[in-house]
Design a protein around this ligand. Structure first.
Ligand SMILES: Cc1ncc(COP(=O)(O)O)c(C=O)c1O
Length: 390
């Protein structure tokens, strides 16, 4: 018998998803057909954004989102070091200067006190702060009300890298992301809450941002009634800016449309798994389970616990390999970006400025979580953690 492997994340594809994709495959348009607009419309309606532009990844979405705000060389964009590389790489793609703000100890999101003192420091040095990218880490929203207050006070754009938090809420409002941020980006990679295989979107409330996004996703090309018949015929298009091929296909959007219908159910199943973990893992000493903030709905893209390895006198490496041997593939989210060789060589950040991130990284482990994870699996994972974390 082959050993069961439990990965930290898993996509959930059912018969309806397959039917939706097959129907599109049988249609006369498999890319740039009606499914793109339909997916955009459905995303806008679910997340409450006036506009939506779907693209081929969350990384492309971030790249384009920053194109919308027209970053000039030497503009500073602040973000969290506790995120996937794409968040800060998108700043570099746009020739901006990325800088990091330490996380807080409770939800591992941007710490607003550190953020404000960093902003004051930037202002004192007469440098330009263009934007802050908040990441709703693991599925728990940042303090967006506080971030909006700071954005208004110090005049910068607010971007929500919302890739982890589809279906999360603030005060039960699942449309919170675009309520507070100027632009929201999402990813539909296979480990996320819903998937298109690879995919992403830029949600905004600005017509201008949306038309930049639409044009950037396809080589900077502009089409439309206002251009037609001006000097040429209906074939006419213009390239005004340098764009990319970040287009997503109709096949992928057909999957996205079907998946989005199940997002609420996926989130509630993830919450069920998290609740059982909370109950079980709390029984083991020296592990901190995720802290839930009052009036915030966590959507549990990740279930991150902090393990006090020093106290228990086992290394993270050893614990990981013991768990792997019994078929449990955990993960670490994330290696702080300021520790990545590329960023170290280019910017030489002072790691002492990030005490909370450093402490977090020493202890963090993401336990497996996905909608179809069974109670038996959670019990098995709990038993193995209890056995090896001592
Ligand atoms: C926080 C965050 N931002 C951006 C991305 C990039 O998304 P994609 O993999 O779709 O390019 C990811 C993907 O893991 C992510 O977790």
């Amino acid at each position: 018998m082959t050993k069961k492997i439990i990965n930290y994340g898993n996509h959930e594809i059912d018969y309806q998803d397959i039917k939706s994709v097959v129907n599109t495959l049988k249609s006369n348009k498999i890319t740039q057909g009606s499914k793109i607009k339909e997916f955009e419309k459905n995303l806008s309606s679910y997340f409450g954004s006036k506009y939506c532009c779907v693209v081929n990844s969350g990384t492309s979405a971030l790249h384009i989102a920053l194109k919308c705000i027209d970053i000039k060389e030497n503009d500073i964009i602040l973000t969290t070091p506790n995120t996937f590389l794409a968040t800060s790489n998108s700043i570099l793609y746009n020739s901006g200067i990325p800088d990091f703000v330490d996380i807080n100890k409770y939800d591992y999101n941007l710490d607003l006190n550190y953020l404000e003192s960093k902003i004051k420091d930037i202002k004192r040095k007469r440098k330009k702060l263009k934007a802050v990218i908040g990441v709703d880490f693991a599925g728990q929203p940042c303090d967006w009300k506080g971030l909006r207050y700071l954005a208004n006070k110090y005049n910068f754009y607010l971007i929500n890298d919302n890739c982890h938090a589809l279906g999360a809420d603030i005060n039960k409002n699942k449309k919170y992301a675009i309520k507070y941020a100027d632009i929201v980006t999402q990813s539909y990679h296979a480990v996320k809450h819903i998937t298109t295989g690879e995919g992403g979107s830029i949600l905004s409330k600005s017509k201008k941002f949306n038309s930049i996004a639409q044009s950037m996703r396809s080589h900077g090309v502009e089409k439309g009634k206002n251009l037609i018949n001006k000097k040429e015929g209906i074939w006419y298009y213009e390239m005004q800016n340098l764009g990319y091929n970040y287009r997503i296909t109709d096949i992928q959007c057909a999957l996205g449309i079907s998946q989005l219908k199940k997002l609420d159910r996926f989130v509630s199943l993830r919450r069920k798994v998290a609740k059982l973990y909370d109950k079980k893992i709390n029984l083991i000493d020296n592990i901190n389970i995720p802290v839930l903030k009052k009036n915030y709905g966590h959507s549990y893209h990740l279930y991150v616990c902090l393990f006090d390895f020093k106290k228990v006198k086992i290394s993270k490496k050893m614990f990981f390999s013991k768990m792997k041997k019994v078929g449990i593939n955990m993960q670490v989210h994330y290696i702080p970006i300021f520790n990545q060789p590329y960023y170290k060589n280019k910017f030489n950040f002072n790691v002492k400025n990030f005490p909370n991130t450093n402490d977090y990284y020493e202890k963090c482990i993401s336990l497996p979580i996905y909608p179809s994870l069974k109670n038996n699996d959670v019990n098995y994972i709990y038993e193995k953690i209890k056995k090896y974390f001592k």
